[in-house]
Design a protein around this ligand. Structure first.
Ligand code: KIV
Ligand code: ZN
Length: 507
């Protein structure tokens, strides 16, 4: 009988803590709900003691998630665990995840503690966590550079005190598949009570081996895999969950001893949602979810695929829920047709959400002849991201050309007042941003600006992502918007970043 692999998603914790990937509470909740649809077994929602925002996000995610376990990260001390539990205790299935470093280099230079002290701290932490919560995960940070005998001893002791999952992270992405596999084997053979816990792996991608290491560990007997959507995370990222899921799926013949309960058709949507929330897309050649992952360019390949798909395709786009590039609706389509298509794309919207999406769809269908699934997905993602609107863009007009000084006039709505101003700039987008800055009196430095077409065709919608640092705060905030008018989308994306910044400041 194949054994179940537990998928532990840490997109909202390890993923979110890397630069450029921060999310607000509503965004975390939306992503968590999508992760639940994907079928991940555990959602690590944050590191509650690290900030008020993280605490609230873990609390909110705990309240809304019905089926997955919700975990919160805590260092191995009483205060962290108490705060973590406070955030998690409303969850249907909460998990306290506590950790401490076990490698000589971390113990000496980071913790300034001896191995004996680390052992005692770990025991105390697990004992305390267990007094609050039945489900306790213990991680031995930098396990792959730790002394294996010490690690085995420590694992045995924390299992005695009630740890139900033992995680052995490759924190710095240092190990290689054969070595990691041996480590799993040694722990399974040497720790006498290991059958009382699930052995988990958590790999970083510094050598590009995170997925390979995770899969090697599964073959050796690990039964929980930790990772993130799109492989986001510290430095080179974490193991990309979608890659591991599809490897286990496509190569069921090889990974015969394991099974999992992931709904692979939710992979594409999970990846897109994360990219749209953070404004950071995956590279085109990224396995499984990259734009080119299912594109066949070479003539020989195209010919082969036409004759028999499996000549060059080891999995179908449908298996990850990739929309079929189908022409769906036109400007005469009604609300019912839209709602039916959205359901086929597995979006279940309430009436208020559908009204908003329908309005935007009609606006788009008036401008654009063909509305594709990708357009619909972009509209839904955009409409459902709730950000408090301190400023709303009411009007933008530009004058631009090769013999004109680019000039923009902008109107913003704030507290029911319309404020109008104008500015010149180096180009129309610059003029728009400067006009917004004059109205708000909040200086912003544009750190990044990206524009891309959502579908093919001259009338395609443009998606604009702006990354702005406001008031020299040192924090880069991203904003995004879509429209067939890229200047308008740029203005909305800038105002979106500003509203996110103000939400953060006011919190
Ligand atoms: O990489 C790591 O070691 C971690 C632990 C805190 C689990 O993220
Ligand atoms: Zn990590």
């Amino acid at each position: 009988m194949p054994e179940k692999i537990i998928f532990f998603d840490t997109t909202l914790r390890d993923g979110e803590q890397s630069p450029g990937f921060s999310m607000n509470i509503d965004e975390k909740v939306r992503l968590a709900l999508q992760l639940e649809k994907l079928g991940v077994d555990v959602i690590e929602a944050g590191f509650p003691i690290s900030s008020q925002g993280d605490f609230e996000a873990v609390k909110k995610v705990s309240e809304v998630i019905q089926f997955s376990t919700v975990a919160g990260l805590c260092r191995a001390n009483k205060k962290d665990i108490e705060v973590g539990w406070e955030a998690l205790k409303g969850a249907k299935s909460p998990r306290i995840h506590t950790f401490i470093a076990t490698s000589p280099i971390h113990m000496k230079y980071k913790l300034n503690k001896s191995a004996e002290e680390v052992l005692e701290i770990s025991k105390e932490a697990v004992k305390f966590a267990k007094s609050l919560c039945a489900d306790v995960e213990f991680s031995a940070e930098d396990a792959t550079r730790s002394d294996i005998d010490f690690l085995c001893k420590l694992i045995e002791e924390v299992i005695k005190l009630g740890a139900t999952t033992i995680n052995i992270p490759d924190t710095v992405g240092y190990t290689v598949p054969e070595e990691y596999s041996q480590m799993v084997t040694t722990i399974l053979n040497k720790v006498p009570n290991i059958d009382k816990a699930i052995l988990s792996v958590h790999c970083h991608n510094d050598l590009g081996l995170a997925v390979a290491n995770s899969l090697a560990a599964v073959l050796a007997g690990a039964r929980q895999i930790e990772g993130t959507i799109n492989g986001i995370g510290e430095r080179a990222g974490n193991a990309a969950l979608e890659e591991i899921i599809m490897a286990l799926n496509v190569r069921k013949d090889f990974y015969k001893d394991v099974t999992c309960s992931i709904n692979t058709q939710e992979i594409y949507k999970s990846s897109r949602l994360l990219a749209s929330i953070t404004g950071i897309d995956v590279q085109p050649n990224k396995a499984i979810v990259g734009k080119n992952a299912f594109a066949h360019e070479a003539g020989i390949h195209q010919d082969g695929v036409i004759k028999m798909r499996t000549t060059y395709e080891i999995m179908t786009p449908e298996s990850i829920g990739l929309p079929s590039n189908k022409l769906v609706l036109g400007k005469h389509s009604g609300r019912h047709a839209l709602s039916a298509r959205l359901e086929e794309l597995s979006f279940k919207l309430n009436k208020e959400e559908l009204d908003k999406v329908f309005y935007k769809f009609k606006e788009l269908a008036d401008k654009k002849k063909e509305v594709y699934d990708e357009d619909l997905i972009a509209i839904v993602e955009n409409q459902l991201t709730k950000i408090q609107e301190y400023y709303t863009l009411e009007y933008v007009n530009i004058v631009s050309g090769n013999s004109t000084v680019p000039t923009a006039t902008v109107q913003l709505l704030k507290d029911n007042n319309i404020i109008t101003d104008a500015s010149i700039g180096d180009g129309p987008v610059d003029a728009v941003f400067k006009a917004i800055e004059r109205i708000t009196d909040i200086p912003g430095r544009l750190k990044d600006y990206k524009i891309k077409a959502i579908t093919a065709g001259k009338d395609a919608q443009g998606e604009v992502v702006t990354v702005v640092e406001f008031e020299k705060s040192g924090v880069n905030v991203s904003g995004h918007a879509i429209s067939t008018d890229i200047i308008y989308a740029s203005a909305v994306a800038y105002v979106n970043a500003l509203n996110r910044y103000l939400s953060r400041v006011n919190r």
